[in-house]
Design a protein. Structure first.
Length: 442
């Protein structure tokens, strides 16, 4: 985590202050349950809340203790005893360190996910607005980077909306997957603590009780969670790469907003570079970087080892902070994206009508020509246009004209038949159908 790619609300979740506050709440809620069960005095549970609740934990003091104990949870409990006094002896009754660490980690992930879900909502709103704005803005669709057939820029945005809507659903499921609590003691048998304590802490912390834990919460949950973040990052990159391609000088159908006073290059004053979307591509790689370690964390030794611990101390904060920043940045890019409909139309026209080749192919087959002969007839005329484009960068030969002058084509199609197949509206006639599928009746 570095400030350049961080936002304060997400960073705060992972701060030492937040972590130790959550640790305290877990321990204090457990004391409440123990008190209700008659295991510890109710007065002790109240004292723990009264003295520990308003306390500001001294991070330096906890670090000092840990340097001696070499154990972070013991260092915290020792410091808490300094604050609470004698009744602190009732804290952590029958619990093990992983009860605190794992439950806290999941609380942090849940809170981080709530921020990410809000980010997703903002992004979806921005994409939807631009989709409807450009629902009928015709542009060329590309396959393999080559002109294919017309689409609309609104459809590009609708595709992104549907993708991120799926991502949001996955994130909701991932939140549910990760929102579990374990207060089950050493090796997870509840030998020294009543299962009702776990149920109480889980409810108080907004979690559910883990059905069965070892000494740790099963890490397949975390693997699925970070895999979901990785998929979201890949979707961010897909949109970022699309914008980067559209901003290339030779294309320039859309570009990132370039603010007054902004500079694109230290050497070349004319440059307007897609720096935000390039940055998003890099940030997406960082988020996905956590997926494989999270998968490898699943296979722990027996009831517990700590090979997962160092991994999670890093990937928990780093991935959520980075993804939060990336989602917000992409929202800004989409919101201010400059779109150039005239350039889109100009690019489409550069190939002299070749985008209608499939319609001519189908018309010939429907008129009685074999598919093989139809393909040959259309391609030989198309290649004349293509080859003229290769020379000058724009079609010096017109596809419609070539077809009208090809007597083999005219055996099957009249002039009106051919001209009718050059209607752009044909390609966009189902845009409303697609939009209803994606956005509903709005």
């Amino acid at each position: 985590m570095i400030p350049r790619y961080s936002r304060p609300d997400m960073v705060a979740i992972w701060s030492p202050e937040s972590k130790f506050r959550i640790w305290f709440e877990i321990e204090a809620h457990a004391c409440d349950a123990l008190a209700e069960l008659g295991v510890i005095p109710k007065e002790a549970a109240k004292t723990i809340w009264d003295k520990g609740g308003p306390a500001t934990f001294d991070i330096d003091r906890i670090d000092e203790i840990e340097r001696e104990t070499k154990h972070d949870v013991i260092a915290f409990l020792t410091h808490l005893a300094e604050i609470v006094g004698p009744d602190a002896r009732f804290v952590h009754q029958g619990m093990t360190s992983s009860d605190v660490l794992d439950t806290c980690f999941n609380v942090q992930l849940v809170r981080a996910t709530d921020i990410l879900l809000a980010d997703m909502d903002a992004l979806l709103a921005a994409i939807k607005r631009r989709a409807f704005e450009h629902k009928d803005t015709v542009t060329i669709g590309r396959s393999h980077g080559i002109h294919a057939e017309p689409v609309t820029f609104g459809l590009k945005m609708a595709e992104a909306y549907a993708e991120f809507d799926r991502c949001r659903t996955r994130l909701v499921n991932a939140r549910e997957e990760i929102a579990t609590c374990a207060i089950s003691g050493a090796v997870g048998t509840f030998a020294n603590i009543d299962p009702r304590v776990e149920e109480h802490v889980a409810k108080a912390m907004g979690l559910t009780a883990e059905p069965v834990s070892t000494q740790v919460i099963p890490r397949d949950r975390h693997a699925m969670y970070f895999a979901t973040l990785g998929v979201i990052a890949s979707s961010i990159e897909r949109v970022a790469v699309e914008i980067r391609h559209l901003q290339r000088t030779e294309v320039l159908e859309a570009e990132e907003y370039f603010s007054p006073g902004q500079k694109g290059s230290s050497a070349m004053p004319h440059k307007r570079n897609p720096v935000l979307t390039e940055n998003l591509t890099g940030l997406s790689r960082l988020v996905r970087m956590a997926v494989t370690p999270a998968m490898e964390n699943v296979a722990l030794w027996h009831e517990r080892d700590i090979s997962h611990s160092s991994v999670e101390r890093m990937i928990g904060p780093d991935t959520t902070v980075t993804l939060d920043f990336a989602l917000a940045r992409l929202t800004g890019v989409i919101d201010k994206l400059l779109v150039y409909p005239e350039r889109m139309m100009g690019n489409m026209d550069r190939l002299g009508g070749l985008v209608h080749s499939q319609r001519i192919l189908l018309a010939l087959t429907q008129a009685g020509c074999s598919r093989e002969d139809a393909y040959r007839l259309v391609q030989r005329n198309a290649m004349k246009v293509w080859e003229s484009y290769q020379v000058s960068g724009s079609a010096g030969v017109d596809f419609l004209t070539e077809l009208l002058n090809d007597q083999d084509v005219r055996k099957y199609l009249s002039e009106d038949d051919i001209r009718d197949r050059f209607d752009l509206g044909y390609h966009t006639k189902n845009v409303d159908v697609i939009f209803k599928r994606v956005f509903g009746e709005s």
